[in-house]
Design a protein around this ligand. Structure first.
Ligand code: BES
Ligand code: ZN
Ligand code: ZN
Length: 508
């Protein structure tokens, strides 16, 4: 993995395989550190701008060979886009693009300016954090099953050093790098878990990873097996696992950041369906393999808990993951079955493919009854209807606590993971009515994401609750900025940010 750090110095005179300088779009004369390098190269950058070869467009990369005029052989001019659109999200994305570009050039050691920390409007900390996140997330690839790792460009960038002339900014830069690295590594863990094939990433394996995370960070970890679930009366979860040969696990990770106030806490419940065939309501074959990502909510919770365990905010956080495989078979549950959830409510299983809400029902009941959670946020690849509504760009957020929903949206603005609130009006509730049980696990086609969320709300017992449907955002079909093909890691960084914001609000 690439090592990132910040040191004082003059980028023009520091030797490396390549250096990254930057340029805002439409700027005719380079500024700041880029201007110093331009001068050392006898105006090579300015003349390329003049000739129209460099525009500064967001993510543009232009290679200039220095032929001995400075100790570094190659200069990459990185476009930062328009100055009035510049923010930390731009830095994250262009850092990812340039890191992949450097890797293609087989560069091992690169230096870089701190993008936007002197002539942009970013603090050195924000700039460095976004650079670390973008670099690590942009270089991420899941190639452990390829005999030739990395394909044709199998060389890894080894070192990225941010060179800063103003020594007063160094501490902030290095703090940003440290937190950006923790967040990106945790997001990489989320991506790895989601990208792993479903014959490897099954409930027991998820639990093993949670145990490893707990060991690494000092979090408390508890894993419940099927007998514990039977004793607790988790009939909804047990119905889903009935067709699977894999034992289900309920994973609980706990960060005691404020042990004097155990009641002041927040729980994250992440859907951990390690493969969703649909069960007896079997899914069509096309793209069914993508349903290995149906544990993306659970993986994001484990990743978030890892980061929280390392960053140690002064607030109590609990991560709960019901890890279950949804399979058809002779022992599988049937459409028409009625099950009883841990909170006593009966559920008519109208469609065995609406299994996420069933496992979450019991996970949330556990959080409330056994852990005395004060607030719950659940995260789930819950509905195809969410993909229809918001596509692959935006996570849908709903909830009974507008305070919690607002806090989540606020956190998402800071991380750049796009989210939007959808309504939970009571008028939709009648769609979940069953003739035979307290509630039915399907609400029909109209507003399918809303009725799914309303089903979950039946198990939240009036505590502060918000819900994130990541069905469209857990996977990406294309590479773009810090996002690469496959698992995205969403919404791990937003969960951590929410907790950090809540902890900061307690400090004052
Ligand atoms: N895991 C799926 C939802 C999903 C669909 C996630 C596409 C990612 C991409 C979920 O368990 C499911 O199958 N939901 C059904 C519910 C329906 C039967 C009420 C759906 O959305 O079709
Ligand atoms: Zn399903
Ligand atoms: Zn599912």
């Amino acid at each position: 993995m690439v090592h990132i750090n910040a040191v004082p110095g003059d980028i023009a005179t520091t030797a490396a395989d390549a250096m990254v300088v930057n340029l805002f779009e439409g700027v005719t004369a380079p500024e700041g550190g880029t201007s110093a390098v331009d001068k050392a190269l006898d105006g090579a950058i300015s003349s390329l701008i003049e000739d129209g070869e460099i525009s500064g467009k967001k993510g543009e990369t232009t290679l200039i060979h220095t032929f001995g005029r400075i100790p570094t052989k190659r200069v990459v001019v990185l476009g930062l886009g328009k100055q009035d659109k510049f923010d930390s999200h731009v830095v994250r994305d262009v850092s990812a693009s340039v890191a992949r570009y450097l890797r293609k050039l087989k560069v091992k050691k690169a230096t870089s300016l701190a993008h936007g920390a002197s002539i942009g409007n970013l603090s050195p900390r924000e700039s460095a954090q976004a650079t670390a996140e973008g670099t690590l997330l942009g270089l991420y690839r899941f190639d452990r099953y390829l005999s030739k790792n990395g394909g044709d460009d199998d060389k890894e960038l080894e070192e990225l050093t941010i060179i800063e002339q103003d020594g007063a900014k160094l501490d902030a830069l290095n703090e940003g790098i440290t937190s950006g690295t923790v967040l990106a590594q945790s997001a990489q863990l989320v991506r790895d878990m989601v990208n792993e094939p479903p014959n490897v990433m099954f409930p027991e394996r998820m639990a093993e990873i949670a145990v490893e995370v707990a060991k690494e960070t000092g979090l408390d970890c508890k894993v419940l097996g099927i007998e514990d679930m039977q004793l607790l009366g988790m009939g909804a979860l047990l119905g889903v696992t009935a067709g699977s040969a894999r034992e289900p696990k309920l994973i609980i990770l706990q960060h005691n950041g404020d042990p004097e106030h155990p009641e002041d806490n927040i729980a994250f419940a992440g859907k951990g369906i390690t493969f969703d065939t649909g069960g007896i309501s079997l899914k069509p074959a096309a793209n069914m393999g993508n349903m290995k990502s149906d544990m993306g909510g659970g993986a994001s919770v484990i990743g978030a808990m890892r980061a929280i365990g390392m960053l140690k905010p002064n607030i109590n956080v609990i991560g709960i993951v019901p890890a279950v495989e949804n399979m058809p078979g002779g022992r599988a549950q049937r459409p028409g079955d009625i099950v009883r959830a841990m909170n006593g409510k009966t559920i008519e299983v109208d469609n065995t493919d609406a299994e996420g809400r069933l496992v979450l029902a019991d996970a949330i009941s556990y959080a409330i009854q056994e852990i005395k959670a004060k607030r719950v946020v659940d995260i789930a690849t819950l509905t195809g209807a969410m993909v229809t509504a918001l596509g692959n760009v935006t996570t849908g957020v709903m909830g009974r606590s507008q305070t919690l929903v607002d806090a989540l949206l606020e956190a998402s603005y800071a991380t750049g993971e796009k989210m939007w609130q959808m309504p939970l009006f009571d008028e939709y509730k009648s769609q979940n009515k069953s003739d035979w049980a307290d509630v039915k696990n399907t609400g029909g086609a109209p507003a399918g994401s809303i009725t799914a969320a309303l089903f979950i709300s039946e198990f939240t017992e009036g505590i502060e609750w918000a819900h994130m449907d990541i069905a469209g955002t857990a996977l990406s079909s294309k590479e773009s900025g810090h996002i690469v093909k496959g698992a995205t890691g969403v919404p791990m960084r937003t969960l951590v940010r929410l907790v950090q914001d809540m902890a900061a609000a307690k400090d004052v």
